[in-house]
Design a protein around this ligand. Structure first.
Ligand code: FEO
Length: 170
């Protein structure tokens, strides 16, 4: 049985994952409108995976005797000029998400909820990989600079690239 504190923290994380899904959906749509079809495909998949992260939390909360709350969503930012803006924003967002996850893990230890602590380790690992991938993509874009041919190849490479764990979050 979840304590009220842990239930609230997990519901907070549900909202964070939902906001991530929404943010990446907006990025995907922006990329699609720029003709960056590979980047758009990557971001649409990333958005779907964040939804899986949210669902995994919802199911865990309910299975553990809590009550999951489906959150309201704010309209995400769409003020991008360059593709690098997208991936910098994605990395900034994931860094915040990591902080939130660490907060939940910390609370689990304080509350001696080792079951939820164990469950949250999947998210801890996922964050390491997601941040590393975002940094790799930013490094590639920095190398490419204004080279249109390089950008074409970058976008093409993203067509089949999946985010870590391929959405096995459910
Ligand atoms: Fe579910 Fe990208 O964190």
């Amino acid at each position: 049985m979840l304590s009220k504190k842990i239930e609230a923290a997990l519901n907070g994380q549900v909202a964070v994952e939902a906001a991530s899904s929404q943010a990446y959906l907006a990025m995907a749509s922006w990329a699609e409108n720029q003709g960056l079809s590979g980047t758009a495909a990557f971001l649409y998949r990333h958005s779907d995976e964040e939804r899986m992260h949210m669902l995994k939390l919802i199911k865990f909360i309910n299975e553990r005797g809590g009550r999951a709350v489906v959150p309201a969503l704010k309209q995400p930012g769409t003020n991008f000029k360059l593709i690098t803006d997208i991936f910098r924003s994605l990395l900034d967002h994931e860094t915040i998400v990591t902080g939130e996850i660490n907060g939940v893990v910390d609370l689990c230890l304080k509350e001696k909820d080792y079951t939820t602590h164990n469950f949250m380790q999947w998210y801890v690992s996922e964050q390491i990989e997601e941040e590393a991938l975002a940094r790799t993509l930013i490094d590639k874009l920095n190398l490419i600079g204004n080279d249109k041919g390089g950008l074409y190849l970058f976008d093409r490479d993203l067509v089949g690239m999946t985010t870590p764990q391929k959405g096995q979050g459910n």
